[in-house]
Design a protein around this ligand. Structure first.
Ligand SMILES: C[S@@+](CC[C@H](N)C(=O)[O-])C[C@H]1O[C@@H](n2cnc3c(N)ncnc32)[C@H](O)[C@@H]1O
Length: 474
C-alpha cells in the first residue's frame, strides 16, 4: 500500500508587519532574519502568518488573522475577490497598483539586468481599470467550488457551475455571478447559457473523470462592436446545441459570430478541432488606426485592445521609423505589430512559432492591402538564421516580444551578431527581460524604459525597452 505523505506543520508567526510588495504579486515580511512571502495582503498590514513552506533562505505563508489594515487598501468591488483566481490586486487602489508595477520593473532591471538605466518613463495606466478584456474563457463544472461562508451556512447550494478555475485547481470551478473584466453583454450571455444548461438533463463537465457534456464557453468582444460566442461541448447533441445557440441569437442580436465545437478529447484545447459557424460570421474584427485585424475563434489577439494600441504606438515610436527601415518583428503572433508598423517602414519580416498565427498574420496584411510584410513560421532559434539574414538583409530595427520565458540564448546571440541599430524589447516578464538586457549589454545601451499596464487589478505588467547599438570600437 502507498504510504500517505505526512503534511508537515510549520509555525504560526504572530503580529508581523508586511513590508513590501515583491514579484508575482506576493508581499514580503521578515522574521528572525528570514524572508516570508505572503499572498492576499498589502504592505502595512499587521497579520499572523501561518508558515506553509520552509526553505533555507525563505519561507512561504498565508495570513490567518489581521490585526490592522494598511492605508493602501481599498474595498474590493467584486464579490468573488479572494476566491477567484483573477484580479488579485483589487484590494489596492489603482494608483498603488501602478506604483508597485513600476517598482517591479525598476527592481528587476536594476537587480537582475545590472545595466545602466535611463530615468524611467512613468507607467502608462489604463483609463479603464475594469471591463478592459476582450476575451474570457469560462469552464463548466458538475461540482463547483463552495466558499467557506456557503459551507458554514448549512444551506444547500446548486453545485453545477460556469466560471473560472480556483487558483492551482484544475478540477475546481467558481460559479461566477458577475465578472468585472469584460464589457456587457458578457455577464448576461454567460448567465443565459448557464441557466439554459441548468434546466436540461445533460451533465456539466467533470474534470477528474473527464466526462460530461457542457465544457467551455468563450466570449470575445471586439472594439468594432463585433461579438463572438463559442460554445464547447463533449459530444454532438444537435437539438440541444441548436436550442442554446438559437436562444442566444434571439436574446442577444448583437452577437455577430455564433460558433461551436464538439470536443471529444480529454483536454480542453480546441486548436486542433473543427469550429462550426452556426450563425453570423466565422470572424470578428478589431481595429487599430484603421487597420482591421481579422480574429477567428482560434486566433490570438492581445486581450486588452485599448492598451494594446498604446503598447504598439509606443513600440513604433521607440523604433523611430522614417519609412526606409528593414524591421524584424520577432515573436510576431498574428503579425499585429508587424502590420501596425508596416506603413512606416520599408519592409517587415515577422517570425512566429504557431503556423495558424502566421496564416492570420498574412491574411491581416492582405485585407489591409499591406504588401511589404513577409512572415515565417517556426522556432525563432532556427528561423532567425544566417540564411534568412542573407535573404532579407541585416535589419535596421528589431522588435522583439517574446513569451514570459524571454528569448532563447541562441536568439540573443544572433541579435548580438546581427547588430541592428535599434532593438525595441517588449516584455510581459521584467525578470527575463532584465536577464536578456544584461546579455545584450556588451553591444547595446538602454535608452528608454516604459512600463505599460495591460492588466489592471493584477500584478502583471508589460514593459518596453529601447536599446541602441553602441558605436563600434575595435
Ligand atoms: C507575447 S506573444 C507576442 C505576440 C505578438 N507580438 C502580439 O503582440 O500579439 C509571444 C509569441 O511568441 C511565440 N513564441 C513562443 N515561443 C516561440 C519560439 N520559440 N519561436 C517563435 N515564436 C515563439 C508565441 O506563440 C507567441 O505568439
Amino acid at each position: 500500500m502507498r504510504k500517505q505523505k505526512k503534511k508537515q506543520k510549520f509555525e504560526l508567526i504572530e503580529q508581523i508587519r508586511i513590508e513590501e510588495m515583491v514579484a508575482e504579486g506576493k508581499c514580503l515580511a521578515r522574521h528572525n532574519n528570514m524572508v516570508i512571502f505572503v499572498g492576499g495582503v498589502a504592505p502595512g498590514d499587521v497579520v499572523d502568518i501561518q508558515v506553509t513552506k520552509k526553505k533555507k533562505s525563505f519561507m512561504e505563508g498565508r495570513a490567518v488573522q489581521f490585526h490592522s489594515y494598511s492605508d493602501l487598501r481599498v474595498e474590493p468591488f467584486c464579490e468573488h475577490f479572494g476566491v477567484c483566481g483573477g484580479c488579485k490586486w483589487q484590494h489596492l487602489s489603482y494608483d498603488t497598483q501602478l506604483h508597485y508595477k513600476q517598482k517591479q520593473v525598476q527592481d528587476n532591471l536594476e537587480r537582475i539586468g545590472k545595466v545602466t538605466l535611463p530615468p524611467f518613463d512613468p507607467i502608462l495606466g489604463n483609463d479603464r481599470d475594469r471591463y478592459y478584456r476582450n476575451k474570457l474563457e469560462f469552464t463548466f463544472s458538475w461540482n463547483g467550488w463552495l466558499t467557506n461562508e456557503q459551507i458554514n451556512s448549512g444551506q444547500e447550494f446548486e453545485r453545477r457551475a460556469l466560471g473560472f478555475h480556483i487558483p492551482g485547481r484544475f478540477d475546481k470551478i467558481l460559479d461566477i455571478k458577475r465578472c468585472y473584466l469584460q464589457p456587457d453583454p458578457s455577464n448576461a450571455i454567460r448567465l443565459a447559457v448557464r441557466d439554459y444548461a441548468l434546466a436540461l438533463d445533460l451533465p456539466f463537465y467533470d474534470a477528474v473523470k473527464q466526462e460530461g457534456f457542457w465544457r467551455n464557453l468563450v466570449i470575445r468582444t471586439a472594439n468594432t462592436g463585433d461579438l463572438m460566442v463559442l460554445l464547447l461541448v463533449k459530444w454532438d447533441e444537435p437539438e440541444v446545441i441548436s436550442g442554446v445557440l438559437d436562444m442566444l441569437h434571439e436574446r442577444f442580436p448583437e452577437i455577430t459570430s455564433l460558433q461551436y465545437v464538439v470536443n471529444p478529447k480529454l483536454n480542453d484545447t480546441y486548436h486542433d478541432q473543427e469550429v462550426i459557424c452556426y450563425k453570423g460570421s466565422p470572424y470578428i474584427h478589431e481595429d487599430m488606426e484603421g487597420i482591421r485585424f481579422r480574429v477567428g475563434p482560434k486566433s490570438f489577439y492581445q486581450t486588452n485592445s485599448e492598451q494594446a494600441y498604446e503598447l504598439y504606438r509606443l513600440t513604433r515610436e521607440f523604433a523611430g521609423l522614417t519609412g526606409s527601415e528593414l524591421v524584424y518583428d520577432l515573436y510576431t503572433g498574428a503579425g499585429t505589430i508587424a502590420n501596425f508598423v508596416a506603413k512606416q517602414c520599408r519592409q517587415v519580416i515577422g517570425i512566429e512559432y504557431v503556423p495558424s498565427a502566421i496564416e492570420d498574420a498574412r491574411i491581416n496584411s492582405e485585407i489591409n492591402s499591406i504588401t511589404n510584410t513577409t512572415f515565417y513560421a517556426g522556432d525563432m532559434k532556427d528561423i532567425l538564421s544566417d540564411e534568412l539574414i542573407a535573404r532579407h538583409g541585416r535589419p535596421d530595427v528589431v522588435i522583439t516580444d517574446p513569451p514570459r520565458a524571454g528569448m532563447h540564448p541562441d536568439v540573443v546571440e544572433k541579435l548580438l551578431q546581427v547588430h541592428a541599430d535599434r532593438i525595441v524589447y517588449v516584455s510581459c516578464n521584467p525578470a527575463t527581460q532584465a536577464r536578456d538586457l544584461e546579455l545584450l549589454s556588451d553591444k547595446y545601451d538602454v535608452l528608454r524604459v516604459q512600463p505599460v499596464d495591460m492588466f489592471p487589478q493584477t500584478h502583471h505588467v508589460e514593459n518596453i525597452v529601447l536599446l541602441k547599438a553602441k558605436p563600434f570600437t575595435s
